[in-house]
Design a protein around this ligand. Structure first.
Ligand SMILES: Nc1ncnc2c1ncn2[C@@H]1O[C@H](COP(=O)(O)OP(=O)(O)OP(=O)(O)O)[C@@H](O)[C@H]1O
Length: 384
């Protein structure tokens, strides 16, 4: 092999180590390296194409490319020129990002898609649906899974604030929306589509449907092991719309011990049949408070909100739906859960060893080790 050829190969190998800062894939795979030439004096001439003119991250890409080239042995120097992709090249990139699918298709709806799509729902607001979503997602990510969160709660978008992303907005690359990274998760919220933070979203019917479709198809989720959707409480337009969009999704019902179980089960059951989706199980949140008794100084479990709500909902749903709907977890009422969320960091991300953290990590481990697509196989996700 000639020296110039081996230098050329070495330069390409070095460029393959440079990731696009937003897409997180090598620029060589994304068609961003337009040309590489090695001149007789061993100088590399590299032309890199940005996805859009005025790309805010052009400085980062330029610096990363130069750094990679500086590591190539035998090069006397490097000249880097930045250009911009043509419309055609952008279309090619978009197709590549969509896994070879040119149209705006929802990747999670494909039969061969292996992402576990979990719809976190509740009969009514304030039971801790969003807290469960962020903590479970963080626990899954800490166990090495690639996890996305879609905050589809049109009434209150609590997810961004719980992840310290209150003012974050996603960027666009080649007509695709880049999810916002936080705590190792990829995050998109309906609230991020609003023009101002205090604007109220009152979308219904077709507009809501379109927005949801966009968040599922135009967002560059990449290969996800899990996608968790925080649904608005109750049944409604979002549930209806997601039914057809995410046929393989599974519903997790979050409830509290005192909630009228029949009512919760009724709503969850109705929603699941509206969506034609399986209910994976029930999570009882704020299940109990572990505290030291002021009278006897001994640790006690106090059932602040009564007992049995989660188990009753699981039993009622099992009867109503005709298959086993297990109680997946009982999460204690723990002031740290609220405090951490208020600080914009899910409790699980703090790495502290608390009973709630343990429950989230344990549930994440069970979900992560699930075998997918084995029809009829008992999944054994029961909490007891
Ligand atoms: N296990 C828990 N221990 C202590 N506080 C909790 C727990 N779970 C949730 N909370 C707190 O309860 C409040 C409501 O929780 P969260 O916002 O997650 O509920 P939600 O069901 O998503 O509500 P909404 O439907 O209104 O968005 C928050 O202040 C949250 O920090």
């Amino acid at each position: 092999m000639s020296t110039s050829q081996s230098l050329h190969d070495a330069v390409l190998a070095a460029l393959a180590t440079v990731n696009d800062p937003e897409i997180h894939k090598p620029i060589t795979e994304l068609g961003m390296v337009e040309s590489v030439a090695i001149s007789e004096d061993a100088v590399a001439h590299v032309r890199v194409l940005l996805t859009i003119a005025g790309c805010p991250l052009s400085g980062t890409i330029d610096a990363d490319v130069r750094k990679a080239l500086a590591s190539v042995d035998g090069l006397a120097g490097a000249e880097v020129e930045l250009g911009v992709m043509s419309d055609e090249q952008r279309t090619e990139l978009k197709t590549k990002l969509r896994g070879g699918i040119a149209q705006r298709e929802i990747p999670f709806a494909r039969e061969d898609n292996l992402t576990q799509v979990l719809l976190i729902s509740s009969g009514k607001g304030g039971v801790g649906k969003s807290s469960v979503t962020v903590n479970l997602a963080t626990a899954l990510a800490a166990q090495g899974r690639s996890v996305g969160i879609l905050d589809a709660d049109i009434y209150g978008h609590s997810i961004p604030a719980m992840l310290g992303l209150a003012d974050a907005s996603p960027t666009g690359v080649a007509d695709m929306i880049m999810p916002v990274p936080a705590m190792g998760l990829k995050v998109i919220s309906m609230g991020m589509l609003k023009s101002s933070r205090d604007q109220v979203i009152a979308w219904r019917g077709p507009i809501l449907d379109k927005a949801l479709h966009q968040l599922l198809s135009d967002v560059y989720w990449g290969d996800l092991d899990f996608l968790l959707l925080d649904l608005p409480p109750g049944t409604g337009d979002v549930a209806m719309s997601l039914g057809t969009k995410l046929p393989n999704a599974e519903v997790i019902v979050v409830t509290t011990p005192q909630q009228a179980s029949a009512e919760v089960a009724e709503r969850a059951g109705t929603m699941a049949s509206m969506m034609e989706q399986k209910v994976l199980g029930v999570i009882e949140n704020m299940a109990y408070l572990d505290t030291v008794c002021p009278h006897c100084d001994q640790p006690h479990r106090v059932d602040v909100f009564g007992t049995g709500g989660g188990r009753n909902v699981s039993d009622a749903l099992t009867t109503r739906l005709g298959y086993e709907v297990p109680l997946l977890a009982e999460i204690p009422l723990e002031p740290a859960v609220r405090a951490a969320s208020d600080d914009g960091v899910p409790l699980v991300a703090l790495g502290e060893d608390t009973p709630a953290t343990k429950v989230f990590n344990d549930l994440a481990a069970r979900l992560a080790s699930r075998k997918r697509g084995l029809a009829g196989k008992k999944l054994n996700l029961n909490v007891r």
